[in-house]
Design a protein around this ligand. Structure first.
Ligand SMILES: [Mg+2]
Length: 320
C-alpha cells in the first residue's frame, strides 16, 4: 500500500516517511496541497495522510478537493494538533475519514493505517460486486428482450422500439415503416422435415432478413414464423424497396435438407408506412401491415404488398 504524506514541515515529512517505510509502506511525500492533488490524480494513490496547517491550501480544503476528484475512493487522515470538537466536525465535514493527533503516536498511527487498508479492501470488494451485478443485470436485460432461437429482438422489445419510433416520427415529421413477414407454407417444413428443420429455416430467414435490412431497420420475432421490422425515416417508395430487398434475399437462399439436397424458402411481406400527419396509433400501423400481409398471401405469396393498396379496395378495411 502506498501512502501520500502531505506536510509543509520538512522534519515531519522525513520522520513520517522513515516511520512508514519501516512498517512496509511505500511513501510519497509532498509539501503542499496542489502537489498532493497532482500525485493522487497521476498515481492513483489511495491513502493520504495530511497536515492541517499548511500555507496555501489547508488540510480541510485538500480533503474537499480530493473528494471532488471522483474515481476510486481515497482514504484521508488529517494530522493535527487541533483536537477540539469543532475542528473534528470541520475536518470530517470536509471529507476526512480519520484524525491523527500531532505529534503522532507511532502505535496509534500504525493501527489507524491498518484500518485504512481494511476500509479500502471493503470498498474495492463492493466496487467489484457492483460491477458484477451491473454485468449480470445487462445480461438479464438482453435475455429478456431477445428471442432465444433466433437471437433477434422478441415481441416485447419490438413493442418498445415501435413506440419509440412512433414518438420520434411525430416529433420529427419523418415517416417510419413497418414490415411484417411470414414464411410461406412454413407448416410444410415442420410436417415433412421435423421441427428441428423448421427451426433451422426460421433462423436462416431471420439472419437473411437482418442482413438485407442492414442499418435501415431492426428485426424482431413477432410470433411463430412471423418476423417484423421497424425502419425509421422512410417513404412509401423506400419502404417498398426495402421489403422487396428482404423478400428477394430470402428467396435467393438455398437451405440444405437433412436428407440431402436443397430447398428454397419464400416469405410474404406486408408493408405499412406511418405518416406523422395521421392521427393513428402504432397499433393501427401494425394492423395495416398485417392487412397488407394478408393481401400478399391472398395474391399468391412470395410478394410484397404495401398499404395503402393500389386497387384502393383493401380487404378488412372495415375493422380499422
Ligand atoms: Mg503544517
Amino acid at each position: 500500500m502506498k501512502v501520500l504524506v502531505v506536510d509543509d514541515d520538512r522534519t515531519t515529512r522525513v520522520l513520517l516517511t522513515r516511520t512508514l517505510k519501516t512498517w512496509g509502506y511505500d511513501v510519497v511525500a509532498v509539501e503542499n496541497g496542489m502537489e498532493a492533488l497532482e500525485r493522487v490524480r497521476a498515481e492513483k494513490l489511495r491513502v493520504v495522510l495530511t497536515d492541517w496547517e499548511m500555507p496555501g491550501m489547508a488540510g480541510p480544503e485538500l480533503c474537499t478537493r480530493l473528494r471532488a476528484l471522483g474515481g476510486e475512493y481515497v482514504y484521508i487522515m488529517l494530522l493535527t494538533s487541533h483536537g477540539t470538537s469543532s475542528h473534528i466536525v470541520e475536518g470530517l465535514e470536509a471529507g476526512a475519514d480519520d484524525f491523527v493527533a500531532k505529534p503522532f503516536d507511532p502505535p496509534v498511527l500504525r493501527a489507524r493505517l491498518t484500518v485504512a487498508a481494511r476500509h479500502l479492501a471493503l470498498q474495492d470488494e463492493l466496487a467489484h460486486k457492483n460491477n458484477e451485478l451491473a454485468q449480470a443485470n445487462s445480461e438479464l436485460a438482453r435475455i429478456a428482450t431477445t428471442d432465444p432461437l433466433l437471437q433477434i429482438g422478441n415481441r416485447r422489445s419490438f413493442e418498445d422500439v415501435i413506440v419509440h419510433a412512433h414518438q420520434t416520427a411525430r416529433r420529427t415529421g419523418l415517416a417510419y415503416g413497418v414490415l411484417l413477414a411470414d414464411i410461406d407454407h412454413f407448416k410444410r417444413f415442420n410436417d415433412r422435415h421435423g421441427h428441428a428443420f423448421g427451426d433451422q429455416v426460421l433462423r436462416r430467414v431471420a439472419q437473411t432478413a437482418v442482413n438485407a435490412l442492414g442499418t435501415s431497420g431492426q428485426l424482431f420475432r413477432y410470433g411463430g414464423e412471423e418476423l417484423i421490422a421497424v425502419a425509421p425515416e422512410q417513404t412509401l417508395r423506400s419502404i417498398a424497396v426495402l421489403g422487396e430487398r428482404v423478400r428477394g434475399a430470402v428467396e435467393a437462399q438455398r437451405v440444405e435438407l437433412l436428407t440431402g439436397g436443397f430447398t428454397s424458402v419464400t416469405i410474404s411481406v406486408g408493408v405499412a408506412l406511418f405518416d406523422p400527419h395521421d392521427a393513428i396509433s402504432a397499433q393501427v400501423v401494425i394492423e395495416y401491415a398485417d392487412a397488407s400481409l394478408y393481401q400478399a398471401k391472398k395474391l399468391g405469396r412470395n410478394r410484397v404488398v404495401c398499404w395503402p393498396f393500389d386497387d384502393a379496395r383493401p380487404p378488412r378495411t372495415s375493422q380499422f
